[in-house]
Ligand binder design. Structure first.
Ligand SMILES: Nc1ncnc2c1ncn2[C@@H]1O[C@H](COP(=O)(O)OP(=O)(O)O)[C@@H](O)[C@H]1O
Ligand SMILES: Nc1ccn([C@H]2C[C@H](O)[C@@H](COP(=O)(O)OP(=O)(O)O)O2)c(=O)n1
Length: 421
């Protein structure tokens, strides 16, 4: 049997990995670990899986962040398209508990069919792609074993290692929080720039974005006039308020991502998180240059900035409930050292019902929007919580439910108080 050197080095550590299967996004994942020996007391790990169901897992292992992200992004679609429709696919991670960057994302498959399609597809993936494949069997004593697959030189697939599956403690850090830095959120210009540079061959639009970024205005730490950022979820009233503030303060209004990136936004929104988030991160540096330039002459109001970039990225990356977010004070919430800091950040907050009403007034379909709101209620809570955990410039929450005039008055008072305008 021939294995690549990379695989050998990984396999040596395989038993040190823990695993998390997300059968249901609203509850905690099922955590398990591996043991080379059978323990005396057998514990049933997959309570929701029938003993006669066939189960498999696959994990993407490439060390290249960018290659891993693109492959993982397409993998679910491939599985859903090519596996028998009865096959259930759940998100899964292999990780070293509480170790940064140790997560290998993947999927857990429950197959009630006895068709050979699943194993054939997994065999092909094992041969051609950077994935680990395992199958799972339930013994007569209800204990599960995991069988790690490998392929021989002549192309056959075999289960080469067997481990006993044991329930594991919930780790201190949810596995989805371990790879956030430089995969979901960037903390320097260079780290974000590197990602788009890597994409140039595959996403030609990256070159246009990098050209614009190369020509960005210089941003200075100190500004003559205050810089006020308005943040909040969609439809909380940012556009309405920022336009009124512009009038009331004789200010310049800017937004992030800046207008000049609009032609490429949809293109990057369709890419996996690492690329999409690098695009928005660079947008902030473009906006920073504009802020620095404009704040020499007048106060500057900014519609969304780094709080949005970080909060949406973290809320999307972190699975399940709000309590899975990295703890307050974690490094992931720290403002990038090389990004111009605003004088004040105001966060518009609105109850979900009023937000839906405003979305409807703006012309969004009621039923779709309500469904979306329900499905995304956890997501919204995580965005709002993350907004408030970000450290750096002062972030003050503003109740956005009164009339537009009242919100404006309240915000002007705050600005006068904090920025002495
Ligand atoms: N304070 C307010 N009271 C009632 N409706 C508002 C208020 N502020 C904004 N709106 C309305 O709510 C909708 C969303 O506001 P908008 O400013 O576009 O939000 P955002 O820019 O945050 O997405 C718009 O139709 C707007 O006219
Ligand atoms: N500075 C910014 C602005 C937006 N984003 C991202 C975060 C979300 O994925 C979307 C939110 O954009 P959305 O279209 O809802 O925003 P508007 O309603 O246009 O203000 O953009 C960002 O990452 N960084």
């Amino acid at each position: 049997m021939k294995m690549t050197r990379r695989m050998m080095s990984r396999l040596g550590q395989w038993s040190s990995y823990a695993f998390a299967v997300e059968f249901d996004t609203k509850s905690d994942p099922i955590y398990f670990s591996l043991n080379a020996k059978k323990s005396k007391e057998v514990q049933q790990v997959f309570k929701n899986v029938d003993a006669n169901e066939r189960c498999y897992s696959l994990h993407v292992y490439s060390d290249d962040n960018f290659q891993r992200a693109r492959f993982f992004g397409g993998l679910k679609n491939k599985l859903l398209k090519e596996l028998p429709s009865e096959c259930k696919v759940a998100e899964m991670s292999a990780f070293q508990p509480n170790v940064r960057d140790s997560v290998m994302r993947g999927y857990f498959l429950k197959d009630t069919t006895k068709s050979s399609v699943t194993e054939r597809l997994l065999g092909e993936l094992l041969r051609n792609d950077p994935v680990y494949v395992c199958s799972y069997l339930c013994g007569e004593d209800s204990g599960w074993t995991q069988h790690l697959w490998s392929h021989t030189e002549d192309g056959r697939v075999e289960a080469s290692e067997t481990y006993y599956v044991e329930p594991a403690e919930k780790p201190e850090h949810h596995p989805s929080t371990l790879n956030i830095i430089n995969s979901d959120v960037f903390y320097s210009f260079d780290d974000a720039y590197k990602v788009l540079k890597q994409c140039r061959d595959i996403i030609p639009e990256s070159k246009d974005v990098l050209d614009l970024v190369d020509q960005r205005l210089e941003s200075k730490e100190e500004t003559a006039f205050p810089v006020i950022v308005i943040e909040g979820l969609d439809a909380t009233g940012k556009t309405t308020l920022t336009e009124s503030l512009k009038e009331a303060l004789g200010a310049t209004l800017l937004r992030s991502p800046p207008q000049c990136l609009s032609p490429w936004r949809a293109r990057f929104d369709a890419e996996p998180p690492v690329i999409r988030r690098a695009f928005y991160a660079l947008g902030n540096y473009l906006t920073a240059g504009q802020i620095s330039h404009e704040a020499r002459r007048a106060p500057v109001i900014v519609d969304r900035y780094w709080h949005s970039t970080a909060a949406y990225a973290i809320a999307t990356a972190v699975g399940g409930k709000v309590r899975n977010l990295p703890q307050a004070g974690s490094k992931v919430y720290v403002w990038p050292g090389d990004l111009l800091m605003p004088s004040l950040v105001l966060l518009l907050q609105l109850n979900p019902q009023e937000r839906v009403r405003r979305l409807q007034v703006r012309g969004q379909d009621k039923t779709t929007e309500e469904e979306e709101l329900e499905a995304n209620s956890l997501f919204r809570q995580k965005v709002e919580e993350t907004f408030q955990r970000i450290q750096g410039p002062a972030c003050i929450t503003v109740d956005a439910s009164p009339s537009a005039d009242q919100v404006l008055r309240q915000v002007l008072l705050l600005i006068r108080d904090k920025c002495h305008l």
